[in-house]
Design a binder for this molecule. Structure first.
Ligand code: GDP
Length: 444
């Protein structure tokens, strides 16, 4: 999970406060000391930490805690509010121009994930906002960058405007906007050139594009894993271009969180999106409150529901539920259900969104092995259609064949069959009791 290290430390600090009937100044002092260390260890900007801790301290020894009936809870609430604030408070939305197309300029250093994110953003706008985007290849120095954007466009089936490496980026962008108008496309996403380091020439070129196009948004793409370097890069780009927002990439691999927690405070520019993986649908709108909640182990039910809505086909889910109730659930249904859960992302991330899941005995420290799901799938897929419908057909030679086909031991095939039977039994019981209760309900 993103921010794992920080989350672990903050959660153990906060846990000590939970249920406290009285909060002394000494308690607050100890807590803020631990919060301070946790943030510094997470590579949060030194000054940001200092201000943050000062605010918590002031509020925690104030009346809102001292007069509260549940002071421990109150302190935790303060930490959550301040953490939310630190990351930008309200979720910030993407611009919509009154005169389409809306122009978004993507800037950033090479390798930060600019091209990938341009594609992800186009995909997001189409999928979530029903928009028609155009991707524009304006990195004229690297033919490979143009090819990469074209590949991304092809994968997503989103048009890419390119004029090769000979044209000037300002002309390319202007022509792309005209093209978008003609084609009634409503977002133009310009993938600009990147460099290994911030340099004057690059900034001049980006400045020219900005002055010529007056884009509706200028998004800086930075790699979250580079911590304070990302914050420094954001500061430099913001000084030169006056950014409208930041996209933090590779948050999926960022166990610390220093960039996410410092960028808004240092640049005053909001994080608009977070990249959560290499795949083109792994971009999330950044919600500071939900993120704070996840970091403090309070879960993020809203994101979980959204994920389910995005990935689970509701009609299919209803059908499955029916089958479960009537106990006609087969291995084919089981496979389908697994596909749906899998499309929501790694199990570990999903658990992080369930409030309290991290505290549940048995779940804490369990390493969820997504490979196991792959094994189960391989076993089910090695069954014949008839076997999937009716597992009672299973005999020793069939089991051996399935084990061979899936590359798993027979014992694992046996275990799965047993679990499946138990699951069916349980479903039968559950639907039985529900029906029974209804039948037995007294009149009047
Ligand atoms: P650019 O040079 O800034 O255009 O960077 P690219 O778009 O080529 O991305 C550089 C590398 O980062 C590629 O291998 C991407 O797959 C990877 N990448 C981009 N965004 C993410 C993300 O959110 N998570 C992970 N894990 N990898 C990412």
């Amino acid at each position: 999970m993103a921010f794992e290290g920080l989350a672990d430390r903050l959660q153990s600090t906060v846990k000590k406060m939970t249920g406290k009937g009285k909060v002394s100044e000494q308690d607050v002092k100890e807590m803020t000391r631990e919060v301070r260390l946790a943030l510094l260890e997470a590579d949060v900007n030194f000054k940001v930490v200092k201000d943050f801790v000062k605010r918590i301290k002031e509020r925690a020894v104030g009346a809102e805690v001292m007069d509260s009936l549940t002071p421990g809870q109150q302190v935790i609430k303060i930490v959550k509010e301040e953490l939310t604030d630190l990351m930008g408070g309200e979720q910030s939305k993407i611009a919509v121009s009154e005169r389409p197309p809306t122009v978004i300029m993507m800037v950033g250093l090479q390798g930060a994930g600019k091209t990938t994110t341009s594609g992800k953003l186009a995909n997001h706008l189409r999928k979530k906002h029903n928009r028609k985007p155009l991707l524009v290849a304006a990195d004229v120095y690297r033919p490979a960058a143009i090819d990469q954007l074209q590949t991304v466009g092809k994968q997503l089936d989103i048009p890419v405007f390119s004029k090769g490496t000979e044209a000037n980026p300002v002309d390319i962008a202007n022509e792309a906007i005209l093209h978008a108008k003609e084609e009634h496309l409503d977002y133009v996403i310009i993938d600009t050139a990147g460099r290994l380091h911030v340099d004057e020439h690059l900034m001049d070129e980006l400045g020219q594009i900005k002055n010529n196009l007056t884009p509706d948004e200028i998004f800086l793409v930075v790699d979250a894993m580079t911590g304070q370097d990302a914050v420094n890069v954001a500061e430099s780009f913001d000084d030169q271009l006056d950014l409208s927002g930041v996209v933090l990439t590779k948050l999926d691999g960022d166990t610390r969180g220093g960039a996410a927690l410092s960028i808004k405070a240092v640049t005053q520019k909001p994080i608009k999106f977070a990249g959560m993986g290499e795949k083109l649908d792994e971009l999330e709108a950044f919600h500071p409150e939900r993120m704070a909640s996840r970091i403090l182990g309070m879960g993020d039910v809203l994101s979980l529901i959204e994920k389910a809505q995005d990935n689970v086909d509701e009609t299919k889910a209803k059908e499955l539920e029916q089958k479960m109730r009537s106990a006609t659930f087969t291995f084919d249904d089981f496979l389908e259900q697994m596909e749906q859960v899998k499309s929501m992302g790694p199990m570990e991330d999903l658990l992080g969104m369930i409030p309290g899941a991290n505290k549940m005995k048995g779940l804490k420290n369990v390493q969820f092995d997504d490979k196991q799901i792959v094994h189960v799938e391989a076993i089910v897929k090695s069954m014949t259609k008839a076997e999937r419908q009716d597992p009672s057909l299973m005999n020793a030679s069939r089991k051996k064949r399935i084990a061979k086909g899936s590359g798993r031991p027979v014992s694992e095939v046996n275990r799965l069959l047993k679990q499946f039977e138990e699951m069916k039994k349980m479903m039968k019981q559950m639907s039985g009791t529900q029906g029974g209760k209804k039948g037995k309900r007294k009149k009047g």
